[in-house]
Ligand binder design. Structure first.
Ligand SMILES: Nc1ncnc2c1ncn2[C@@H]1O[C@H](COP(=O)(O)OP(=O)(O)O)[C@@H](O)[C@H]1O
Ligand SMILES: Nc1ccn([C@@H]2O[C@H](COP(=O)(O)OP(=O)(O)O)[C@@H](O)[C@H]2O)c(=O)n1
Ligand SMILES: [Mg+2]
Length: 258
């Protein structure tokens, strides 16, 4: 059963261990009560299946896309969308959209991103969940998430869902730095100071997430060096192998509902 969440602040404990702050996770008390804003609204109780994976009566196929800044996550996601019909949800884009929309905590998100830190998981997860709920698709690429164990655990708790597969774009730091500095999208965090901070946070927080999914047999590590097309040739078979299975599950469910 989806839990009804009336206030984000009830989920966000203001008591955070100092370890989380040291790891670069912004103190949640920095984010005011967001009841009634775009995240607080639109959260409704829903039935989920026994395995917790039903979403509006359909089973989503969820792919988490991991990798450091500039490892090519967004670029490869575009190709997966074109070739396999997924909906691309970039956690960073959703957060940047909140900044532009000028909500009361947009400024806090901006500060966090400028510092290269991680936005409180509840905020990010609810943005992702809202997009999933309003989508007609059932195949999702969740790009740049989870960036930490805290992100991962919050997703499980709030959506009661698990990823089906996890891609990890493994890229040397010098390549990532070069790509980010050449990205040219006017991002506030694409400068050498913020990149250094982001890489530090990535190094300390990403490995436990990778290990977690590796142990569960869900991890696909992709060598992220090479041209975008060369890299996609490693990605393609991962989705091709799952495609029949995904389509079959979907048809089976639709048939059962009919
Ligand atoms: N394989 C590649 N070789 C060279 N440049 C790339 C490659 N993949 C992506 N890029 C470029 O590097 C920058 C970062 O890529 P992006 O997909 O935004 O990475 P991420 O989402 O992981 O930060 C972009 O300017 C993109 O065009
Ligand atoms: N799960 C996430 C994803 C992004 N973010 C924030 O958003 C920034 C940009 O994320 P992004 O995924 O767009 O960055 P890239 O890896 O694409 O360069 C991160 O450095 C974090 O500050 C976050 O806090 N939590
Ligand atoms: Mg990106």
């Amino acid at each position: 059963m989806w839990r009804r969440v009336t206030s984000l602040s009830s989920l966000i404990s203001s008591k955070r261990s100092s370890t989380l702050n040291q790891m670069g996770i912004e103190d949640l008390s920095a984010f005011p009560d967001v009841t009634g804003n775009s995240i607080g609204q639109n959260v409704v109780a829903r039935e989920v299946g026994k395995d917790g994976r039903f979403f509006k009566g359909k089973t989503p196929f969820i792919t988490f896309v991991l990798g450091g800044p500039g490892s090519g996550k967004g670029t490869q996601c575009e190709k997966i969308v074109e070739n396999f019909g997924f909906t691309h949800l970039s956690a960073g884009d959703l957060l940047r959209r909140e900044i532009i929309s000028n909500t009361e905590y947009g400024a806090k998100i901006l500060d966090t991103i400028k510092e290269g830190k991680i936005v409180p998981s509840e905020v990010t997860v609810k943005l992702i969940r809202k997009e999933m709920e309003s989508s007609d698709n059932y195949k999702f690429l969740i790009d740049g998430f989870p960036r930490s164990e805290e992100n991962r655990i919050a997703f499980e708790r709030i959506t009661e869902a698990d990823p089906d597969i996890v891609l990890f774009f493994d890229c040397p730091e010098e390549v990532m730095v070069k790509r980010v500095l050449n990205r040219n999208q006017g991002r506030v965090d694409d400068n050498i100071d913020t990149i250094r901070k982001r890489l530090k946070i990535f190094e300390s927080l990403n490995l436990p997430v990778v290990n977690y999914y590796s142990k569960r047999g869900k991890l696909y590590t992709i060598n992220a060096v090479g041209t975008a097309d060369e890299i996609f040739e490693q990605v393609r078979p991962v989705f091709a192998a799952h495609e029949d299975h995904v389509e079959f599950e979907w048809v089976q469910e639709a048939w059962m509902r009919f």
